[in-house]
Design a protein around this ligand. Sequence first.
Ligand code: AMP
Ligand code: MG
Length: 302
Amino acid sequence: MIKVEKQIGTKTEVLQISSELISEMGQFLRREGFIEILPVIISPITDPLNHSVLDASIDYYGGKYSLTKSMIFHKQLAVRTFPKIFIFSPNVRLETDDKSSTGRHLIEFTQLDLEIRNAKRDDILDLIERMFVDVFKDIDDKFGEIVRKMNPHFSIPSIPFKRVKYLEAYEKYGPDFESILSKSATEPFWLIDIPIKEREFYDRLDGDGKTLVDMDLIYPYGFGEAISGGEREYDYERILYRMGLKGNKPEDFEWYLEEVKKGIPPSAGCGIGVERLTRFVCNLKSVAEARLFAKVPGKMSI
Ligand code: AMP
Ligand code: MG
């Protein structure tokens, strides 16, 4: 992150830029043949995540609804209906207060979540790279002067983005490799082939049995993770096997497994944190500056 003496750019300007980012990403995806579907806010199944958060569920007539942590499972089901879908999905993750000052966490945030039937990881990397170029050009056209005042490093990313293998980076730089690489980078880059223990059961296991056919996009200048995604598991037995490795109980995912049994298509996709994108574009200290009514971990807010 670039240190500025005082915040340049008003909240109004930041929110206008955020609104333009949302609009242009949607338009780009529509031009690419995507259908926008409405978000799911409560469901008996939601993303188990790879880290623990406080419970956000509601008892309802003897059942339990969870607030959506991500729409991963619904995306896998939705590509039965449409080949390419996206959602601006409100996610509630009651993160613990040790995440209060990362600048990257809110307990309520929005993901632009997208999924493509029969796609491979490379299709998603290519799509996102082109979307970033499109969206950054659009921001430059409409808000170039304001954005450059806030963010002296603002530039249209060059594609293809660099690809860094997780285990190679870990070996070279140690456990802090993501932050080290993010701080020294001047362009977004992909982190690929993430080890199985770092991810949830639904990301597809590669032939090596150790790493996944997945990726994160990492922002430069220390802004850290932007996107997570990958190819998905869709075969019933493989999913059960992966749940077993992770200690996820099949009975907690009954609704999902019933659908998997009926058949879900192979797919790949990703989720982009909207507040993190705004933070990166506008060079903000925290995602809390990237939206109205921001909810920072560990605090109550309106
Ligand atoms: P995940 O699948 O958990 O990696 O989440 C997808 C994307 O959502 C991440 O790459 C971030 O951009 C964003 N994200 C995840 N958790 C949070 C959070 N607590 N606050 C804000 N954005 C988040
Ligand atoms: Mg992630």
